[in-house]
Design a protein around this ligand. Structure first.
Ligand code: G1P
Length: 271
C-alpha cells in the first residue's frame, strides 16, 4: 500500500518573478488558498498518510507556514468568536501532523530532490507530485493508485499537448492499449519538435518504485546540469520495468508560469 508522497519544492520559481523573489511560489494563493494546499489535499483524498516536502534553506518560510502555532493561538485567544480562523488553524494542524521536511539546498533537479528522501521511504513504491501542476475536479493521484494496485507497476500522469509545445515537457514514447491508458516504451526530457516520440506529455504525478534511488545515486547530471527524474525512469524502462501512462480526466491548471498562474486563479474561481 502506498502511504507516502514526496513533493519537491526547492525550485527557484524564476518563471514567476518578481512574485517569488520573497515568497515561495507554492505559497502563492490560487483563489484564496496556497497552491501547495491543493496538492496536499489531493494526497489526503488519495489516502496518503505522510507527505515529505523537499525544501531549501531559502524556502524555510514553507515550514513556518505549518508551524506558526504560537501566532494562531495568540490571535484566536483574542478573537474567540472567529469560527473561520479556528477552522483554518485546525486544517493547518492536520497538515502539520502528516508533513516531514527534507532539505535540498542547491536546486540540482527533481531526481536529486527525490534522492534526498531515500531514507524516509518505507515501502516498495511512493507517490511524487510536482506542485506546478494542479489537477482539479478529479483526484488524479487516487486514480493512479487504483491502476498501480491492479497492475503492480509504476504509473505516470499524462496529457496530450500541442506538437509545437513538446519541448516544454517530458514526452513519452507509447504503446496505446486503452483510451485513457498506455504502456510507456520510453520518455525523453524536453525533446525538440523534430525528435519528440509523441505528443503525450509527462504531467507531475508519478508512482515510482523505491529501487529508483539506486539508479539516481549513480546517475550523472543531464540537461542543464540537473539530475532529472525522467532520466532515471528511462533507465528503469530499459531494464524492463513496467510503467503505465494514465491520461487523467481532471482539469489541468499549469501554475508554473506567470500566464498559467494568473489563468489558474481565474479558472479556479469559476469552478
Ligand atoms: C518537469 C518534468 C517534465 C514534466 C513537467 C510537468 O519539468 O521534468 O518531464 O513534463 O515537470 O510539469 P519542469 O516543469 O520542472 O520544467
Amino acid at each position: 500500500m502506498i502511504k507516502q508522497a514526496i513533493i519537491p519544492l526547492a525550485g527557484l520559481g524564476t518563471r514567476l518573478l518578481p512574485l517569488t523573489s520573497v515568497l515561495p511560489k507554492e505559497l502563492l494563493p490560487i483563489n484564496g488558498k496556497p497552491g501547495l494546499e491543493y496538492i496536499i489535499d489531493e494526497c489526503i483524498g488519495a489516502g496518503i498518510k505522510e507527505v515529505i516536502l523537499v525544501i531549501s534553506a531559502r524556502k524555510r518560510i514553507i515550514k513556518t507556514y505549518f508551524y506558526n502555532d504560537a501566532f494562531f493561538k495568540k490571535i484566536i485567544s483574542k478573537k474567540r468568536k472567529d469560527q473561520r480562523l479556528k477552522t483554518e488553524y485546525s486544517k493547518i494542524k492536520k497538515y502539520k501532523k502528516m508533513i516531514k521536511f527534507v532539505y535540498q539546498n542547491s536546486p540540482r533537479g527533481t531526481g536529486d530532490a527525490i534522492l534526498k528522501c531515500r531514507k524516509l521511504i518505507k515501502s516498495k513504491y511512493f507517490l511524487m507530485l510536482l506542485p506546478d501542476d494542479l489537477i482539479v475536479k478529479n483526484n488524479c493521484s487516487l486514480s493512479m493508485l487504483k491502476i498501480h494496485k491492479r497492475h503492480n507497476s509504476s504509473v505516470i500522469a499524462s496529457k496530450r499537448v500541442k506538437r509545437k509545445d513538446v519541448s516544454r515537457w517530458g514526452i513519452f514514447k507509447i504503446k496505446k492499449n486503452s483510451s485513457n491508458r498506455f504502456l510507456i516504451k520510453d520518455v525523453v526530457e524536453k525533446p525538440s519538435i523534430k525528435s519528440a516520440p509523441s505528443n503525450y506529455a509527462v504531467i507531475g504525478r508519478y508512482i515510482l518504485p523505491a529501487k529508483i534511488f539506486a539508479i539516481l545515486k549513480k546517475q550523472k547530471a543531464g540537461k542543464n546540469g540537473e539530475i532529472h527524474i525522467t532520466d532515471a525512469i528511462r533507465t528503469l524502462i530499459k531494464q524492463e520495468d513496467k510503467f503505465i501512462g494514465h491520461i487523467f480526466s481532471g482539469k489541468y491548471l499549469d501554475c508554473g508560469s506567470m500566464k498559467g498562474y494568473i489563468n489558474s486563479s481565474i479558472k479556479m474561481s469559476k469552478l
